[in-house]
Design a protein. Structure first.
Length: 129
């Protein structure tokens, strides 16, 4: 319970910081497709428009983000084998892959995973643009 509270506090702080320092479209939450079946509550993801974001925890706690097209090695930023949730806030498809097994998952445009199919495995990411 303590961890959950801390996570909520961290996320709330991050969201507050974002709101104070950059324009976060008010429609960002509304644009998350309902197809995932996820209800958006206090732990809704935050990710700037035209970036794809990944998180070192389920439910979008502790964020990293990238925006370049093509392949990128997550190890370059210390993000390999860490990603547990994602939010793709771009109009492009994004693929996360574990190099050792070939396992991975696609993030469709403007969609998110509160918990990815292969947590803590992805080493590389590919934005298709
Ligand atoms: Ca891996």
């Amino acid at each position: 319970m303590t961890n959950l509270r801390q996570g909520v506090a961290v996320l709330a702080g991050a969201v507050g910081l974002l709101a104070a320092t950059m324009v976060v479209p008010a429609s960002a939450s509304a644009s998350v497709p309902a197809a995932t079946g996820q209800a958006l509550g206090a732990l809704a993801p935050s990710c700037p428009d035209n970036w794809f974001c990944f998180y070192d925890g389920t439910n979008w706690v502790t964020r990293g983000r990238l925006s370049d097209c093509g392949w990128q090695n997550l190890a370059n930023w210390g993000w390999q084998n860490r990603i547990e949730s994602t939010y793709n806030n771009t109009d492009d498809w994004v693929w996360y892959e574990d190099v050792a097994t070939g396992n991975g998952w696609w993030d469709a445009p403007r969609t998110y995973y509160a918990s990815v199919p292969y947590p803590n495995t992805a080493d590389w990411v590919y934005r298709e643009c």
